[in-house]
Ligand binder design. Structure first.
Ligand SMILES: Nc1nc2c(ncn2[C@@H]2O[C@H](COP(=O)(O)OP(=O)(O)OP(=O)(O)O)[C@@H](O)[C@H]2O)c(=O)[nH]1
Ligand SMILES: [Mg+2]
Ligand SMILES: [Zn+2]
Length: 295
């Protein structure tokens, strides 16, 4: 038996790195039955003679999108091309922080000029103390990123075409496949599965791009705490159950903070939009439930 880490998976076979040696393994049915799917990033016990994964070591964390395990950093890649979706950035941050993974925003393609976007990101996320690193794969501008990766496991995440694979190529002079954007400025989902690359003492994951991600809150009440930079003001609200929606600044400390520019207006608007969506859904559910009770 050896312990190793799953570096990649193709057609049901997992490439496991154990002490620098690679073993292409199948998974025992009992493992999948009891724990579920093996993920890239998993530490596993392997039978090196049978080339089988016998056990998954309990995960430090387990992300849904990208679907990888045991991370230290989530590198949230953002660029002006393809156009960024700030709701996805919000939700990636929520997912990372809930899993004890450090979110880091990586602005890509700085050679195209990303000052406006970087400023907007700073305004949106300064309340969360998240590092924002500006890079360009094209100009090999990645030095500011390297020191954050040492001795850590970090996954590049974000929309298709934002330049995740290109950044890894720039970091390790590798030759991972990349693709031009489509005519309408979208990525082409070039990377189709996650993979770990070793860069000295850093483990870096390339992952497939995606175009949607939810926050996973089930109730409006739960949602209110997902934006800590906004929620921290609620101690000052007059009513304990304040939802900060259409409230007067006299009653609501969140609205006061917003008026004093202590909360970013754009981020607050997304917060309210998300909250309203959930309350709408909850009311609809309630209505259907009541109708069924009457029947
Ligand atoms: N100008 C410029 N273009 C870049 C840079 N980095 C990547 N690109 C281009 O952006 C396109 C998409 O890059 P990829 O690295 O394939 O993007 P990805 O995020 O890996 O995309 P998926 O694998 O589909 O998720 C390619 O045409 C790259 O040449 C950069 O620093 N500057
Ligand atoms: Mg890619
Ligand atoms: Zn309030």
């Amino acid at each position: 038996m050896k312990i190793g880490q799953v570096f990649s998976c193709k057609e049901g076979r997992f490439n496991v790195n154990a002490d620098g040696e690679y073993f292409l393994c199948l998974v025992r049915g009992k493992v999948t039955k009891t724990i579920g799917k093996v993920k890239v990033g998993d530490f596993v016990k392997i039978d090196e003679n049978n080339l089988t994964i016998e056990e998954i070591i309990p995960r430090k964390n387990d992300l849904i999108r990208p679907s990888v395990a045991n991370l230290d950093n989530l590198l949230i890649c953002v660029s002006s091309l393809p156009e960024p979706d700030f709701t996805i950035i919000d939700n990636l941050i929520i997912m990372a922080q809930r899993n004890n993974v450090t979110p880091i925003i990586v602005v890509t393609k700085d050679d195209l000029g990303q000052d406006k976007l970087t400023k907007r990101l700073e305004e949106n996320y300064s309340g969360l103390n998240i590092k924002i690193i500006v890079t360009s794969a094209k100009q090999d501008k990645t030095n500011n990123l390297i020191s954050l990766l040492e001795d850590k496991t970090s996954a590049f995440a974000g929309s298709s075409g934002v330049g995740k694979s290109s950044l890894i190529n720039s970091l390790i002079k590798a030759n991972i496949k990349t693709s031009e954007l489509s005519g309408i400025g979208r990525g082409k989902n070039t990377t189709t599965s996650s993979q770990i690359y070793l860069i000295n003492k850093a483990r870096v994951l390339d992952t497939p791009g995606f175009s949607s991600l939810t926050h996973f809150a089930k109730t409006p009440e739960e949602f209110l705490d997902l934006y800590p930079d906004i929620a921290k003001f609620k101690v000052g609200c007059r009513y304990k159950t304040c939802n900060h929606l259409d409230k007067s600044p006299d009653d609501c400390a969140v609205i006061r903070a917003l008026e004093e520019n202590e909360i970013c207006r754009e981020r607050f608007d997304r917060f309210i939009k998300g909250y309203k969506l959930l309350t709408g859904r909850a009311q609809k559910f309630h209505k259907i439930h009541k109708q069924e009770e009457k029947k």
